[in-house]
Design a protein around this ligand. Structure first.
Ligand SMILES: Nc1ncnc2c1ncn2[C@@H]1O[C@H](COP(=O)(O)OP(=O)(O)O)[C@@H](O)[C@H]1O
Ligand SMILES: [Mg+2]
Length: 312
């Protein structure tokens, strides 16, 4: 068996003439948090729905813990290894947290003392043990998300898949969800975390797969992706001088490339001759008080690879 807990080979899905997911290849190592990052419509939910056996792929294959993802009995072991926390909350508002979890446990074939033990554990992990007897209708949005997470954990899956679990939650619940995910990873669980927020993925994930328009366009650690794809750093000059001199200096800087002005700071991508740039702007009567290479990040990676911003 390979070191990968999850392995996707050319996995894809068409809806009529529309290709939702082209052909995804992805390897996820045990005990890591991997972010599936991409804008709305990129194909993230479709990809994880195929992995979880919720929808049937049009092509390709997947294995979870060495078990094939397949319909019916052939896919039972793979489905058993997965906990899916969907984006849309699947909770009964009139029932308590305990009653909701008992319902989901029954779906997984759990009952009796074993189910109660798992419920105690899952409620403890998500920090809802003291509210377990209250109706879900009395919960905040963040608490509902955490209960949803507990439902996905009940059968102690090897692979936990979360679909945009922080959309619409308060910062405190988001923080709690992140801590929970890290603790589960440290306990040996493997996590696939879907999001369109690059800040979240940068903060939480060990590795990232970037998805756009139905295709995984890059994967690796954030440091690897930035080194490989973010392009040469942007150069930042801080200028000092009177308004007329600053204006003239900006015009001279603009001859070296498209400039972005922020008060006395001028940024340029990829200047060909940095020394010449500094000499040129100084002829306008300004002083260059600082030169730095601004850090590039996942946004830069996405922009380089797709030609558009993740925030569009
Ligand atoms: N059941 C469906 N029928 C037709 N098109 C779909 C269906 N589900 C998703 N799509 C399309 O597939 C693409 C990817 O959707 P989705 O996987 O939901 O993206 P994401 O989760 O990254 O926002 C979108 O263009 C979406 O409109
Ligand atoms: Mg989605």
């Amino acid at each position: 068996m390979s070191a990968s807990l999850l392995s996707l080979r050319g996995l894809g899905k068409d809806y009529g003439a529309r290709t939702a997911v082209a052909a995804v290849d992805l390897e996820i190592a045990r005990g890591t948090i991997v972010g599936l990052l991409g804008p709305n419509g990129a194909g993230k939910t479709t990809t994880i729905s195929m992995i979880a056996g919720v929808i049937t792929p049009s092509r390709g294959s997947a294995t979870v813990a060495g078990h094939p993802v397949a319909a019916g009995a052939a896919g039972f072991a793979a489905r058993r290894a997965i906990g899916l926390v969907p984006q849309d909350l699947a909770l009964y508002e009139d029932l308590t947290a305990d009653q909701n979890l008992a319902f989901f446990g029954a779906i997984y074939g759990m009952s009796g003392a074993a189910l109660v033990r798992r419920m105690d554990w899952a409620l403890g992990v998500v920090g809802l043990a003291d509210r377990r007897g209250d109706a879900v209708a009395t919960y905040s949005g963040g608490m509902k998300r955490r209960l949803n997470l507990a439902a996905g954990l009940l059968h102690e899956p090897a692979l936990l898949i979360l679909d945009e679990p922080t959309v619409g939650v308060d910062p405190q619940s988001r923080h709690h969800i992140f801590d929970t995910i890290r603790a589960l990873r440290d306990g040996g669980m493997t996590i696939l975390y879907t999001s369109h927020y690059m800040e979240e993925v940068a903060e939480l994930c060990d590795r990232v797969a970037i998805m756009d328009d139905g295709t995984v366009i890059a994967q690796g650690s954030i440091a690897e992706l930035v080194a490989r794809h973010a392009g040469p750093p942007v150069i930042e000059l801080e200028l000092a001088g009177d308004d007329a001199a600053l204006l003239a200096a900006r015009a001279l800087a603009a001859r070296h490339g498209p400039i972005d002005v922020d008060g006395a700071i001028v940024r340029l991508p990829r200047p060909r001759a940095l020394g010449q740039l500094v000499l040129d702007v100084e002829t306008a009567g300004v002083r260059v008080v600082r030169v730095t290479a601004a850090t590039t990040d996942l946004e830069g990676v996405f922009l380089t690879l797709t030609g558009h911003s993740l925030r569009d």
